[in-house]
Design a protein around this ligand. Structure first.
Ligand code: COA
Length: 347
């Protein structure tokens, strides 16, 4: 079965939480599988910070025949976030008012803005129920934000390696990355390549938070000793920076990291706990034991405060990146979740 890519156009003004209004927007989305007769088999995936809508690129193992979301049985969908650079409206899109790209003028977004945009796409597709909503990292923040906004929509959710509000530690990492971008003298230019070198440094900083001491020790140790220059770890950092800068841009990166920083499910409620208590879906929270960026204590907090929630922990050398690497564990955990009617029994 082949995946297909589509674009949803929303032609009306869309007010953002910041008070700014987009004159309209579009969302790029990828679909795999078929809707069943009673439209009850929709799996909605939310992608991470620099991800795209093509989940077959980065989560193929979960959506292949025999995986937890077999396209023979499910319709699987993922949309590029509003503010993104993979076909959805974002900083590089044309501002219809000026006829030029928005660039740095693109307004601030929140995770709630993103999931309200997703919901307009969902309504267009006439999905009245979502079987399972899942995503990791920024995608996990979207899962929580959407399940709070529309609690009756989801039967099951799985927020992975994420949190109820972004931590001071996470915000500090993101600010350090934005400082690297701002230190690039090209950053103020109204150009898609503004902050290009800075983005490379930002990615290298980000990678430190996605991995840890042990992961670098295992994957980037020198093969011959003694080595006093041309370190593998150094070349890895440069490679990761260059690779991202070829497929992303600094203005979008800036906006999306700010969006992550502003994540706070307690917004509009009495407390963070009260926000989480809105969630009605059967919930499987997944954490990675070695995650430095979203430590397991954050997922334990989610489980304590979401009514029907259980926790599963992935064991990985790779820290936060574990949710993009440990497919055997993820597949097993998610399959079990889908076959369990009462959450609590999966733990
Ligand atoms: N010097 C130069 N390049 C090196 C290297 C070195 N010493 N060691 C590895 N590489 C290259 C690899 O060849 C590979 O290249 P490719 O991507 O072009 O194939 C790349 O670095 C990644 O290798 P590695 O990190 O070992 O792969 P992995 O399978 O362990 O991890 C990813 C895969 C996708 C998780 C990881 O590469 C990545 O991109 N992490 C960031 C993901 C992310 O954005 N997380 C944030 C979520 S908010």
């Amino acid at each position: 079965m082949e995946k297909t890519d589509h674009t949803f156009h929303y032609p009306h003004p869309f007010e953002l939480e910041s008070g700014a209004t987009l004159p309209g927007f579009q969302l790029r989305y990828t679909v795999l599988g078929r809707l069943n007769e009673d439209r009850s088999n929709v799996i909605w995936i939310c992608h991470a910070l620099t991800g795209n809508s093509d989940f077959t690129d980065w989560w193929r193992q979960l959506v292949q025949p025999g995986g937890p979301f077999d396209p023979e049985h499910y319709l699987i969908i993922c949309a590029n976030v509003l503010g993104g650079c993979y076909g959805s409206t974002g900083p590089l899109s044309l501002n219809p008012k000026t006829g030029e790209p928005y660039f740095h003028d693109f307004p601030e977004l929140t995770n709630r803005d993103v999931v309200r945009a997703f919901s307009l796409l969902r309504q267009e597709l006439r999905f009245k129920k979502i079987h399972t909503l899942l995503g990791g990292s920024l995608g996990g923040q979207h899962v929580l934000s959407w399940a709070i906004l529309e609690p009756d929509l989801f039967e099951r959710i799985s927020p992975i390696a994420c949190n109820a509000f972004h931590s001071p530690w996470g915000i500090a990492f993101n600010e350090a990355q934005r400082m690297a971008i701002a230190a690039d003298s090209s950053w103020p230019e109204r150009d898609a390549r503004a902050g290009y070198q800075g983005l490379q440094a930002a990615r290298a900083i980000g990678i430190l938070s996605y991995r840890n001491y042990e992961a670098f020790g295992k994957t980037q140790a020198e093969k011959t000793h003694p080595v006093t220059r041309d370190f593998r770890a150094a070349s890895y950092q440069r490679y990761q920076g260059e690779k991202l800068s070829k497929r992303f841009n600094a203005i979008t990166y800036w906006r999306l990291t700010r969006m992550m920083d502003s994540h706070q499910v307690g917004f509009g409620y009495e407390s963070v706990e009260a926000g989480l208590q809105q969630i009605k879906a059967q919930t499987l929270v997944i954490g990675v034991a070695s995650d430095l960026l979203f430590p397991v204590t954050e997922q334990e907090f989610l489980v304590r405060n979401i009514e029907h929630a259980a926790l599963q922990i992935i064991h990985s050398l790779y820290g936060h990146d574990g949710f993009l690497i440990e497919f055997d564990q993820l597949q097993g955990i998610i399959k079990k979740f889908l076959n369990t009617s009462v959450v609590g029994a999966v733990a």
